[in-house]
Design a protein around this ligand. Sequence first.
Ligand code: PLP
Length: 373
Amino acid sequence: MDASAHYLDNAATTKTCPEAAQAALDAMTERWGNPSSTHAAGREAKHLLDDCRKAVADALGAAPEEVVFTSCGTESDNWAILRGAAAGKRVGRHVISSLVEHDAVRRSLDALEAAGYEVTRLKPDATGAIPVQSVADALRPDTCLVSLMLVNNETGAVTDVRAVADAIRAAGSRALLHTDAVQGFRKVPFRAKTLGADLISVSGHKIHAVKGVGALYIRKGLRLDPFLVGGEQESGRRAGTEAMPQIAAFAAACRADPQTDRIAAMKASLTAGLTAAVPELVYLDTAAPHILNVSMPGWRSEVLMSFLESRGVYVSKSSACKQGKRSHVLEAIGMHSDVIDGALRIGLSRYNTEEDIDALVRGLADARGLAHR
Ligand code: PLP
């Protein structure tokens, strides 16, 4: 990517930080043994794997044995939902989730439905968060699983997962609680031990590690059948030789300072700059420090995106994996179709600067100026 580009699509993916790149290189060129081998090279790799698991567990606020490495956030979501529902089958076959989940969750829910489960998909509030009371109201004696994302990847809305866990407990429900924390990890503070979720999905490439690594937190004492079967890796919970370079990068990224306060300050200055420059701008006021969803009614997202790209500013329309399709999240919120069709998702990271913010504000102000000429 051109070094002068203003990359503001960090909810899609983030730049690998130097610490993570160095750790991956070291795992490929120095400590490249197979952690399952019993000789010295294997023991060295196993030692590295243990260190990495501890770093990710520390960042999650979990014990190392509660963290299993996966290939991505999608695998963690698929595993948690498909096997989580199976683990709760003695409780029943009713699942609660929402209309605003990522496709990794939505497709897993579709698969459960096809297998005979009943899925209740809750409506979000005006920002994309799920009201706790609606979860409490939807709980049934046969609810075996609740899956709700911590931070919405399109709007930055934060759902109070801790309160959802409390509501499940208060109702005497035996439902397992899964949260897709791919956008929340290292962005909004939480500790697995106190969040109250049984299963938590996270991904490396959203936090400046590399693509191709994720993790699933599995609460101590919960037995979840493997999703990948084969060898005895990851204490028999996930087969396949561990992707050591990616895992080492993930651990290094977890040790780096996430700089969330600085990112939140940039979001505040971006919101102030945009609302001053484009008074008719529609935006969602959400709690996540790194995601802002804005819309210029009367404009199409694609037109704005290419106008901005011609000035070296990269943003997106919705989730990258939707590849340009309409946002199901903004539809579920009930936004007007003009607003949905003009929506832009801005994703900030610690590598952004005020220059990036200025470039975006100037770009949208100029687009508006052209239209008003
Ligand atoms: N869940 C959410 C909320 C996401 O934003 C993403 C990625 O965009 C995923 C899951 C999937 O993660 P991965 O790209 O690591 O498969």
